[in-house]
Design a protein around this ligand. Sequence first.
Ligand code: ZN
Length: 272
Amino acid sequence: MAFLNGPRLLDWANSPPHLQFNKYVLTGYRPISSVQECIKSLFYLHNELGNIYTHGIPLLCFLVLLPLNIPWSQISVMWLGVVHFLACLSPQLGSVVYHLFMNHEGGEPIYKTLLTLDMCGICMINTLGALPIVYSTLLCYPFTRTVALLIYILLSSYAIYCAITARSRVRRLRSFAWQALFRFSFFLLRWIGVGGGSPTSLRHFLTMDALAVLGGVINITRIPERFRPGLFDYWCNSHQIMHVLVVVSILYLHWGVLDDLLWINTYHCPSD
Ligand SMILES: [Zn+2]
């Protein structure tokens, strides 16, 4: 991907202070750049290139392939399909913009805005991504379903506020924890047989959350670069591993939601 000769890259100590968030990545920092220079950085090697492409390529693939893969004609609740599609795109969209422009000449204020955008992408998949799960779990309880959807949206709005105002990575991650708990309560309802949903989807959703948690832990613990600082500056560092795990986790969400959407179309509640 290194088509162009880029500018002289900086080491950790000489990079802008707001970009010094991983002391185990020693080299490959882009200098402060204009919008055009940031875009040009898509074509030469630097330490954010892997982060941009590990979410950029899946973003383009999802944009084209997901609408083709969703069986629209067999879905009875169309808005769930649309919400699911938007949920799958949102984390990569925020992430690509954040990683591409994080060294913008606007400095720390621009960096913080971009970080907020990245966080919003994660919040959006946590929020929108769970709506089809809540809907199908409570398919046969329309009133409870509406109340649960409203509560989840309201509480998610508060989680978004917490995530974008959090000062540390750990706090930021913690603000997503209750959303995960809410999801788990629905998984529990399915597991004990009270909640609805396709029999195959629960396994997909549990795999999804396990991969996302694993990605979060790897990102926070800075594994593997903490053991060999400098060796993973360009490729295979913790953040890139997390990006890949997030994409695989979204695929599991997609497979689970597809199963549920088709299940909704064929299932008849006992009271019907
Ligand atoms: Zn990222």
